[in-house]
Design a protein around this ligand. Structure first.
Ligand code: AMP
Ligand code: GLY
Length: 431
């Protein structure tokens, strides 16, 4: 079977790496992919949001399944386009339809959904240009920190934690009146600040049954000790030591089950991954956000632990037979360290030669922002996040140590990485 995977990050390289291990795969195409995916499949220079070009490609290359990595094609309705097209409707798309992807595409929709189904989340209010004054009054009565969120997609930048009322007021004006995030911030959610430690929980569902994938924790800040600006993610570990049986039981009964039951009740068909961004407040899980896809770099820690054939899992999602599948995981810890370009998440340079990949031992390298220089076939940097290094180990420390040893062996000008991934989890590690 020929498969087309959409996306170009470390998440997509990890999904591709896993799919090429399956006997069900004939040919893997990745649009647009990176230097890493180009070594195990065929990169196709198409944007994941160029639906007419994707349609043409799928039809001319006998693609029999489309796997969607990032959120925007889903929120833009790629799955719906396939269902509405007589020539494409038999080709499964792994990733939810637009209405279901709104769990990520609109924070207000997600918050109202959680309210309707009694799913624990921070208290919230929504504002737009019509009730901006009310928003100011709401802020005056709130106690900082105040969480201000653009309603729509904003490439991970739409959430601002304001330390004063004045900052929150200015942020509200910037988002609504000055359209800081364009259409995405025409509406704004202001919510209660939750204090706790974050965790990502992933579920795969066929719209009827679901399987829980391993938990993971990502490290979003650029600096040591979770300081400085947010990035796409500087590393991850899986499993999360504090997410033991008791915590995960609460997550399943209070969050996962009501979410899936809510979707069914509201007739929202969901085939794909649901990413629950949670916060552990004194042992109780709350939903910070839903995403309609896997996380990056969580995927780079989770996928290497998955023992099942990933294409069989995708088939089961498409055929709605997930309940027949027993999901199996490697018990070892996975730790991922992301190598990034100097200056990221601000301005950075691209095109730096990457060397040393063949000198690494005992880790898996997932490319993120990389490309091949057409003149000399060298692998070069092509983004802020460049390479994810994942290792497995009996303990989190063993896994981390391996990733860090190999992080030192990879060279490119301006390489930077956080040297404290997992720092906040070490106390509770279970062996
Ligand atoms: P989001 O894009 O919704 O995941 O938010 C980005 C980040 O902001 C999260 O990963 C949290 O670190 C933080 N955050 C969002 N909402 C809250 C909240 N209600 N309380 C505390 N931190 C939050
Ligand atoms: N690692 C967080 C995300 O993918 O959004």
């Amino acid at each position: 079977m020929n498969i087309l995977l959409l996306g170009s990050g470390g998440r997509e390289h990890a999904i591709a790496w896993k799919m090429v291990q399956s006997p069900h795969l004939s040919h893997l195409f990745i649009a647009p992919g990176n230097a890493g995916t180009g070594k195990i499949g065929t990169n196709v220079p198409l944007s994941p949001n160029d639906f007419p070009a994707i349609r043409e490609f799928v039809l001319t290359h006998s693609v029999r399944m489309v796997v969607v990595g990032p959120e925007d094609p889903l929120v833009n309705g790629i799955h719906d386009q396939f269902l509405a097209d007589p020539l494409l409707k038999g080709i499964p798309v792994i990733g939810p339809v637009k209405q279901a992807a709104m769990l990520e595409g609109s924070k207000e929709f997600a918050k109202q959904f959680m309210t309707r189904h009694n799913i624990p989340t921070a208290a919230f209010h929504t504002f737009d240009s019509k009730n901006l004054e009310e928003g100011f009054r709401f802020i005056e009565k709130s106690t900082p920190p105040i969480v201000v969120k653009a309603d729509g997609l904003a490439a991970g930048k739409g959430v601002v934690i304001c330390q004063s009322r004045e900052e929150a007021r200015n942020e509200l004006i910037a988002m609504i009146r000055d359209a800081k995030f364009g259409e995405s911030s025409r509406r704004v959610v202001i919510e209660e600040f939750l204090r706790g430690i974050e965790i990502s929980v992933f579920v795969i569902t066929d719209g009827r049954s679901y399987k829980i994938l391993p938990s993971a924790k990502d490290y979003k800040k650029i600096g040591t000790g979770d300081t400085g600006p947010n990035t796409g993610g500087m590393g991850s570990v899986s499993p999360v030591p504090f997410a033991g049986r008791e915590f995960m039981r609460k997550v399943e009964t209070r969050i996962i089950k009501p979410t899936l039951a809510g979707l069914i009740k509201e007739n929202i068909d969901y085939q794909g991954f649901i990413f629950f961004g949670l916060i552990n407040v004194d042992g109780d899980p709350y939903v910070i956000e839903y995403n309609c896809r896997l996380g990056d770099p969580e995927t780079e820690s989770i996928i290497p632990r998955l023992k099942n054939d990933l294409i069989e899992l995708f088939y089961a999602v498409a055929n709605r037979s997930l309940k027949n599948i027993a999901i199996r995981f490697d018990k070892r810890y996975a730790a991922t360290v992301m190598l990034v370009s100097e200056g990221y998440p601000g301005k950075y340079e691209k095109g730096k030669a990457i060397t040393g990949e063949d000198t690494t031992r005992g880790s898996i390298l997932f490319h993120s922002g990389t490309s091949v220089n057409p003149e000399n076939q060298e692998t070069v940097t092509n983004g802020g996040r460049v390479l994810a290094i994942t290792s497995l180990g009996r303990t989190m420390d063993i896994a981390l140590k391996k990733s860090y040893e190999n992080a030192d062996k990879i060279r490119f000008q301006g390489k930077y990485f956080r040297n404290d991934i997992g720092f906040d989890l070490k106390k509770g590690e279970q062996h």
